[in-house]
Design a protein around this ligand. Structure first.
Ligand code: MG
Length: 159
């Protein structure tokens, strides 16, 4: 059976935080605020996977009230989400995603994001799309106050 899922996330940028996107650290004067490392691309991918599984959202599965996940790397949350997907017989056929950030320039970091994410997701590089774009100066993302991400996933479920 083929299923799809979509995910969206946005996090505020804050001074004194490291910036993590797609599981990699990116040099930047500000990073994403959050209970975890704030990696909104990974959070959008997890939400897309949960949607394809017919489950609830990331906030239900990994509540931000849980002291165990305080400061956790989102790659660890993704590993856990993938374990659950495999238990359900799900395999990812394709993921496409978009990161929306005014700065820094993200395109040079996309190959490293794929280095990290492809093995975690169990997909080939050609089965993971990551695009980076700006918000043309509009709204909170455009003013550089936040970074947002969208992800869409196509999965096969063996029953
Ligand atoms: Mg989030």
């Amino acid at each position: 059976m083929i299923k799809i899922g979509i995910g969206y996330d946005i996090h505020r940028l804050k001074e004194g935080r490291m910036l993590f996107l797609g599981g990699v650290e990116i040099p930047s004067p500000k990073g994403l605020a959050g209970h975890s490392d704030g990696d909104c691309l990974i959070h959008a991918i997890i939400d897309a996977l949960l949607g394809a599984a017919g489950d609830r959202d990331i906030g239900q599965v990994f509540p931000d009230s849980d002291p165990k996940t305080k400061g956790i790397r989102s790659t660890v949350l993704l590993e856990e989400a993938m374990e659950e997907c495999r238990r359900k017989g799900m395999s990812i056929q394709h993921i496409d995603s978009i990161i929306i950030a005014e700065s820094p320039k993200l395109a040079p970091h996309i190959p490293r994001m794929k280095d990290v994410l492809c093995p975690l997701l169990g997909v080939k590089r050609g089965d993971l799309g990551i695009k980076a774009k700006t918000h043309e100066g509009l709204g909170a993302v455009g003013r550089g106050e936040a970074i947002a991400a969208l992800a869409q996933v196509l999965v096969k479920i063996e029953i």
